[in-house]
Ligand binder design. Structure first.
Ligand code: RBF
Length: 345
């Protein structure tokens, strides 16, 4: 009898302790992570990819301006098959209220994890997913961005080789929807606005870092008479620049920081204001603006998020007539001609 009542006492004690532990852990998760704690999730490696370097810079600037806010940068590396697990580790740490990222494939991963981590909010640039109450996405109108450098590539090619069959190149890491549906068609539209006879040569590297392979692909294009190539290859794009330098040919660059790679080979850079965009959206979120979530915005040349950086030696060295024609085309684009505006993607 005595032994039995002791056993019951022990059982009660165990149940009571378990209940207290459960209550404590519940109250902890109900309180949730620090509302000013931010993770910047880089799906790749920041160095060498301006779109990611600007993501980090924009987020750090926003956090620096909000008293008490903190930021941690997490680089997930180039193996896309590991991104979901890295993102899960990030949100499951319980450390972060806001995860900021940039990549077209990210919203789907955020949407998968979100139901299990309801207190976490996601801001994803360079992406499009409407209607998820935990996720804000912003897409750049990259048809405009492609058009700007396509037009420049067309002008320069015709200026240097007026009698040759007009051709230009893209060296891309891989196929994905924004490339296939916006960047490439925009680039082609720019070329054809100069001369409807333009042909586009497209080559695929297979990853976002192999500059040796990108350089090989570029060299064979330059060797076949291509004058200007657009790399969409992350840090692999540096191989295209190296090949252009060796072949006395040219590169048009995307996103930002292009001229720093080579003062002569890089003749133009179509920009996105990713750093300003990330700064603005994260600052709003940290200031308590919850209206962002659920929204999928599209930003464009008209509102200044897509443009052109003229401040490079390679651009300054182009003939005046080419630069004037590009200026006119960019002014036209901002005024809506051609009209690449889009409400959805
Ligand atoms: N762009 C980069 O500059 N660096 C990268 O490492 C990179 N990785 C990407 C991975 C995936 C799966 C996808 C869909 C796109 C990636 N991009 C990367 C391209 C990026 O989203 C954007 O389209 C280009 O930077 C042109 O603005």
């Amino acid at each position: 009898m005595n032994r039995q009542s002791n056993a019951f006492k022990t059982l009660y004690a165990v149940v009571a302790i378990a209940a207290i532990a459960l209550a404590v852990s519940c109250s902890k998760s109900a309180a949730g992570p620090d509302p000013l704690s931010v993770a910047v999730f880089v799906p790749g490696v920041a160095s060498g990819s301006p779109i990611y370097e600007m993501l980090v810079a924009g987020a750090e600037k926003a956090v620096a301006e909000i008293p008490g806010a903190t930021v941690k940068v997490i680089e997930a590396g180039y193996d896309q098959s590991t991104w979901l697990d890295s993102l899960r580790d990030t949100v499951a740490s319980g450390e972060f209220s806001i995860v900021v990222s940039s990549n077209p494939s990210l919203p789907e991963l955020c949407a998968k994890l979100s139901p299990d981590y309801p207190s976490v909010r996601f801001i994803v640039a360079d992406a499009y997913l409407p209607g998820n109450p935990a996720i804000h996405t912003i897409l750049f109108n990259q048809m405009e961005q492609g058009f700007i450098v396509g037009y420049l590539a067309g002008l320069v090619t015709k200026d240097r080789n007026p009698d040759a069959a007009p051709v230009a190149g893209i060296v891309a890491a891989q196929h994905y929807p924004t490339l296939d549906r916006l960047i490439r068609p925009g680039f082609e539209a720019g070329l054809k606005a100069v001369d409807p006879e333009f042909k586009l040569e497209f080559r695929e590297v297979g990853n976002w870092y192999d500059s040796a392979k990108a350089s090989e692909l570029a060299s064979s294009l330059y060797g076949s008479g291509v004058e200007v190539i657009l790399p969409i290859a992350g840090s692999g794009g540096q191989g295209v620049v190296a090949s252009a330098r060796e072949n006395g040919a040219s590169v048009v660059w995307f996103d930002g920081a292009g001229y720093a790679l080579d003062p002569e080979a890089v003749i133009g850079c179509a920009t996105i204001a990713q750093d300003r965009l990330v700064y603005e959206r994260l600052k709003a979120a940290l200031s308590g603006d919850t209206s962002l979530y659920g929204r999928a915005d599209i930003v464009s040349a008209r509102d200044g998020y897509v443009g052109f950086d003229p401040d490079g030696k390679g651009y300054a060295a182009l003939p005046r007539s080419v630069r004037d024609a590009l200026d006119a085309a960019i002014a036209g684009l901002k005024a809506g001609t051609p009209d690449f505006s889009m409400d959805t993607f």
